[in-house]
Design a protein around this ligand. Structure first.
Ligand code: DC
Length: 260
């Protein structure tokens, strides 16, 4: 398999995300806005969402972290896959929320940070199942709408943000990329030794996760009709963010304002 991925589209550490302020206008404070970014894993969504939010002066919501937190709780409580009622009650009781003073905001359950646990492989292996649970999704959708009410200048990324959670979003993006390129990015991101997992194996995993995300009954991964589609396979991260910035700023002037 060829390695044609863009080395520029790698996840960045928080300190690398500092963009010089100044010359480019951000979204005015009197203009509430929600920008949704959906798409499969490995398209660069999280990285570009954070950068776009920073460039536009908006908050950033990683909704995948909420499903990952639910999967981490399921593992911790050792629930079986048929204990859906118990899982949903426990997740509701955990009151998942974010610490917005951190960049990126960190997720808490029972007021305790759990972000260090949600990227573990066992969580990644379980989260696709957790994300199929309709009762849990309804809870997450409610929470995400509350978060927007509290943070009305928001870039949110996930799988169902433009289609289900915020169908009236001012700007919707749908990111995609070739599965092979997404697999290579994931290997690079996780620092996986090629001896432990080949590109082909990672590609198979990614395609299987896509299948589960796209075929679930509730909130499947779809491209909303009114979304701007971007294929990030051959684009640099800066080019993706610049394109999204331009498309957003083109509509900002026409959005309703609030009295300040
Ligand atoms: O983007 P991610 O890999 O952190 O997402 C983790 C899982 O959660 C993935 O299986 C898709 C699912 N997810 C979802 O179903 N809906 C969302 N809004 C966000 C993520």
């Amino acid at each position: 398999m060829s390695r044609t991925h863009s080395p520029a589209l790698q996840p960045l550490a928080a300190k690398e995300l500092i963009i010089p302020q100044g010359t480019r206008p951000a979204v005015p404070a009197n203009t509430p806005i929600i920008i949704t970014i959906d798409g499969p894993a490995g398209t660069g969504k999280s990285t570009v969402a954070r950068m776009l939010a920073q460039k536009l002066g908006l908050d950033f919501l990683d909704t995948g972290a909420m499903y990952r937190a639910a999967a981490a709780i399921m593992l911790e409580r050792k629930y079986d896959k048929d204990q859906v009622g118990e899982l949903v009650s426990t997740v509701i009781g955990a009151d998942l929320h974010f610490d917005w003073s951190q960049d990126p905001p960190t997720i808490l359950a029972w007021d305790t940070p759990i972000d260090h646990r949600i990227r573990a492989q066992e969580v990644t292996d379980l989260v696709s199942f957790v994300a199929t649970l309709s009762e849990l999704r309804q809870h997450m959708v409610r929470k995400q709408r509350i978060i927007f009410a509290q943070h009305p200048h928001l870039v949110t990324e996930g799988r169902d943000q433009g289609s289900v959670v915020f169908p009236d979003a001012a700007v919707k993006f749908y990111l995609d990329a070739d599965p092979e390129i997404r697999a290579q990015r994931r290997i690079d991101q996780l620092g996986i030794d090629p001896e432990t997992m080949t590109l082909e194996e990672m590609c198979e995993r990614i395609v299987e996760r896509d299948r589960i995300d796209m075929t679930r009954q509730d909130g499947p991964l779809v491209c909303p009709d009114d979304a701007i589609q971007i294929d990030t396979s051959k684009m640099s991260i800066d080019d993706v963010v610049e394109l999204m910035y331009e498309r957003t700023m083109a509509v900002v002037a026409d959005l309703p304002k609030i009295d300040s």
